[in-house]
Design a protein around this ligand. Structure first.
Ligand code: SME
Length: 151
């Protein structure tokens, strides 16, 4: 029985039902996120690579992006290192922000966990300042929960 509440999380659950390919699942999840949230210019995944101890670029929608991010670096790396979601209302005021797209002004990052370990990060960028609400953070955390069953 599903315990997710939001419509977008329910959509993701039905999209991924019985689907096992991790790349396909993340690819479609990035498209679903991109289609469901207004005023975003990037949505996708950074996946932890245990061999290199880096986060590698995963499936995404938007402009080309940084291929590797070190734990602790930028918004994504900090979310990974601290294992916590973060809303950054103005990326230009975030020390160490990695600017993949000069048009991005705010960002939301949410970790995905798998069997107690951190798998990677959902990253969403917006050209608007202060784009992401706490309500949306909770929604995207639900998406991470749904994804943890399909990765
Ligand atoms: N801005 C991110 C890097 C990833 S791009 O936004 C796609 C950061 O500071 O970690």
């Amino acid at each position: 029985m599903s315990h997710v509440e939001s419509l977008v999380a329910k959509q993701l659950e039905s999209l991924l039902e019985n689907e096992k390919n991790v790349v396909s699942n993340l690819a479609n999840a990035s498209a679903l996120i991109f289609q469901n949230y207004e005023n975003i210019n990037w949505a996708g995944f950074y996946v932890y690579n245990n061999d290199s101890n880096q986060l590698d670029l995963g499936p995404f929608q938007g402009n080309v992006a940084c291929m590797h991010i070190n734990p602790g670096s930028g918004v994504v790396g900090k979310s990974f290192a601290e294992k916590t979601s973060m809303i950054v209302p103005n990326v230009h005021e975030f020390a160490g922000h990695i600017a993949c797209d000069a048009n991005s002004n705010s960002e939301l990052v949410v970790p995905i966990f798998k069997n107690g370990d951190i798998f990677g990060i959902i990253d969403m960028d917006s050209p608007l300042l202060d784009r992401f609400s706490d309500f949306e953070r909770k929604e995207v955390e639900e998406l991470a929960l749904v994804l943890s069953k399909s990765i």
